[in-house]
Ligand binder design. Structure first.
Ligand code: NAD
Length: 252
């Protein structure tokens, strides 16, 4: 029999320290395309190419033509039932740390306290040359005022980027360390909406399993860890996590 949201609820209720790792798939029900699903961003662009440090440095106009409309798109969406279910599970003490690859801030907006944002977030503008930072609104205003659409640093004149980590850019050390510390402390890891293709986050399930912990996966498509999952759910994250939350009522 396939696993059910009730199986997930049981796994979480039995855990001493469950953590959750999320990816782009938890936000598709908010209207943000993921990278690899049908209709995802890969079909239109190669994000590894355009959302990369190399493109940002050599073709800032092209980079900002891709990035600027995404900022507006992300400002126009709201957290969905999956983000709310995760936040509620954290409030109830069923889930502890939340590690996310998403840059959309929807976990924070749903009430999750201090998500560990491993790929940064759309929270500010930075100059990679002189390290000046500005509020995200200032970054957007500068992009919109520039003839070529590229926001520039007032200190040194170099093009600025947002806080989103680009392909080819170093990950934020503090967030990385926090993610690995969380996996070190966890006896259960719940993976939602990530294809587990991008390192180093893809290593977190293996870390928990290698210490005798347990793994739950909820994605629509396959992942390299499916055969090692104690609970494997397919289908929409919003539906499955809401049902798991309801099932927790009878268990806690
Ligand atoms: P991915 O696109 O590689 O994989 C998404 C996974 O989520 C797939 O397994 C897919 O089947 C699943 N999925 C899609 N919709 C789902 C739903 N409604 N319910 C359950 N599962 C669903 O995403 P990734 O592994 O996170 O890697 C993409 C990278 O791109 C990440 O590094 C992330 O930073 C970035 N990204 C972020 C956003 C965002 O912030 N919302 C959006 C696109 C890409």
């Amino acid at each position: 029999m396939p696993d059910s949201p009730e199986d997930l609820a049981r796994l979480l209720a039995e855990a001493d320290h469950a953590i959750v790792l999320t990816g782009a798939g938890i936000s598709t029900e908010s209207g943000i395309p993921d990278f690899r699903s049908a209709g995802g961003l890969w079909e239109e662009y190669d994000p590894m190419e355009v959302a990369s440090m190399a493109t940002f440095q050599s073709e800032p106009e092209r980079f900002w033509r891709f990035h600027r409309p995404r900022i507006d798109m992300l400002a126009s969406v709201d957290p969905n039932p999956a983000h709310h279910a995760v936040a509620e599970m954290q409030r109830r003490g069923v889930l502890h740390e939340l590690v996310t690859q998403n840059i959309d801030r929807l976990h924070s907006r749903a009430g999750s306290p201090e998500p560990i944002e491993i790929h940064g977030s759309l929270d500010r503008g930075t100059c990679i040359r002189c390290r000046a930072t500005v509020e995200i609104d200032v970054l957007i205003a500068r992009a919109d005022a520039a003839d070529d659409g590229v926001p520039r640093c007032e200190e040194c004149g170099f093009q600025m980027k947002s806080g989103v980590i680009l392909f080819g850019e170093a990950m934020p050390e503090v967030a990385l360390e926090a993610a690995f510390d969380a996996a070190d402390a966890a006896d259960v890891i719940l993976v939602v909406g990530t294809s587990l293709q991008v390192a180093p986050v893809s290593q977190l399930p293996g870390m928990v399993l290698s210490r005798g912990g347990r793994l739950a996966i909820l994605t629509e498509s396959e992942t390299p860890y499916d055969h090692r999952a104690d609970v494997r759910l397919h289908g929409k994250a919003g539906v499955q996590l809401t049902e798991a939350l309801d099932a927790l009522d009878g268990l806690l």
